[in-house]
Design a protein around this ligand. Sequence first.
Ligand SMILES: NC(=O)c1ccc[n+]([C@@H]2O[C@H](COP(=O)([O-])OP(=O)(O)OC[C@H]3O[C@@H](n4cnc5c(N)ncnc54)[C@H](OP(=O)(O)O)[C@@H]3O)[C@@H](O)[C@H]2O)c1
Length: 330
Amino acid sequence: MSFSSFELLDQSKPILVFGRDGQVGRALQVCLRDLKVPAVFLGRSDCDLSNEFSIREVLNRYQPQVIVNAAAYTAVDRAESEREAAFAINAQAPQVMAHYMANVAHGIFVHYSTDYVFADTKKTPYLETDITGPMEQLCIYGQSKLAGEQAIQKVFALAQGSQDVSDQNEDSRYYILRTSWVYGDGGNFIKTMLRLASERDEIKVVADQIGVPSSATWLAEIGVQLAGSRVESGIYHAVPDGETSWHGLALFAIETAAEEGEGIEVKSENILPIPAADYPLPAKRPYNSRMSNQKLKKALSDMAFTGQYPRWQEQVATYIKEYVKASLKS
Ligand SMILES: NC(=O)c1ccc[n+]([C@@H]2O[C@H](COP(=O)([O-])OP(=O)(O)OC[C@H]3O[C@@H](n4cnc5c(N)ncnc54)[C@H](OP(=O)(O)O)[C@@H]3O)[C@@H](O)[C@H]2O)c1
C-alpha cells in the first residue's frame, strides 16, 4: 500500500479512530499498528457518541487531522424501537465529526456506511450516483445511516462554500465507504452459521437476498488507503468482486470450514434455501444489496495500487482458515 500523503500530515496529531471495539475498528487497530501510523482508538467508554458534548470534548483534546469513524449503531432490528439512539449515533455524531474535519486544513474524514441506504429500486448493482431511499421504505438503521451520509456531504459542501461536493480536492476531504455483509473480529453471520453447523443436522438460510460479503480487515485497509490518498472526496462502494445470497455464503463458509477440519454436523444438502418471507425480522432488509465497485477500483488504480482486487470467496476462505486454526488451538 502507498501512504505517501501521510507524510504531509502533522504527525504530532494522531489519527483518531472511533469504534475501537467493533469489527472494522479492531481491524483498523491491526492495520494502523502494522503501518506504525500514530493513532488513538476510542471505544464507548472513552467517548459516548450519543453525547455531542463528549464528541466535541475528544475532538478538542486530540485536534485530529484525520478521523476514521468505524463506530455505528448496528443493531438493525433493535433500531426499529430505538430510533432516537440510532439517529444520534449514526447521523448526529458523524455530523459533528464532519463539521470539525471540514474546517481543518487538509483534514480527512473516513466514514463507513451501508447498502441499507437503498430500497430495492433496482435489480442490478447500485452506483454511487443512484438515488437512495426513499427514506420511508428504509428500515430505521438504513434511514439513520443515510441521514449520516447526507449530513456529512452537506457539512463539507457548506464549509467549502459550494454545493458542488466534488470540488474539494484542495481542501479537507471526506470518504464515505458504503459496504455490506461485514465479518471480522466480532459477532457476525459467518460465525453464527459455523456454530449452527456444528450443532444441528439441518439449517435453513435465506436465499433471495443478494449481496457481497466484505472482510473487516480489507475495509480497514481501504479506509486507511483512502485517508492517505489525494483522491476525490465522495461516496465509494467498498465491496469485493462477486455476489451471493445468505444461503450461498453459508454453504461456502461451512464447506470451507469442513475442508479445514472444523467439526461440522450438517451435510451440504441439509443447508436449505428459504425465502426471506419465511424468516420475518423486525427491520426490513433489501433484497438487492449489490453495489458496483468500479469507482473504488478506479480510485485505487489512480493511487497506483498494485494489489489484486479481491473476490469475496478468497476473503471468506482466508477468514475461515484463520477461524478454524484458532478454534482447533483452543
Ligand atoms: N456489520 C455489517 O454487516 C455492516 C454492513 C454494512 C455496513 N456496516 C457499517 O460498517 C461500519 C462498521 O461496522 P462493524 O460491523 O464494525 O460494527 P460493530 O462491530 O457493530 O461495531 C460498532 C462499534 O460502534 C460502537 N458504538 C455503538 N454505539 C456507540 C456509542 N454510543 N458510543 C461509542 N461507540 C459506540 C460499538 O461499541 P461497543 O463495542 O461498546 O458496543 C462498536 O464497537 C459501521 O458504520 C456499519 O454501519 C456494517
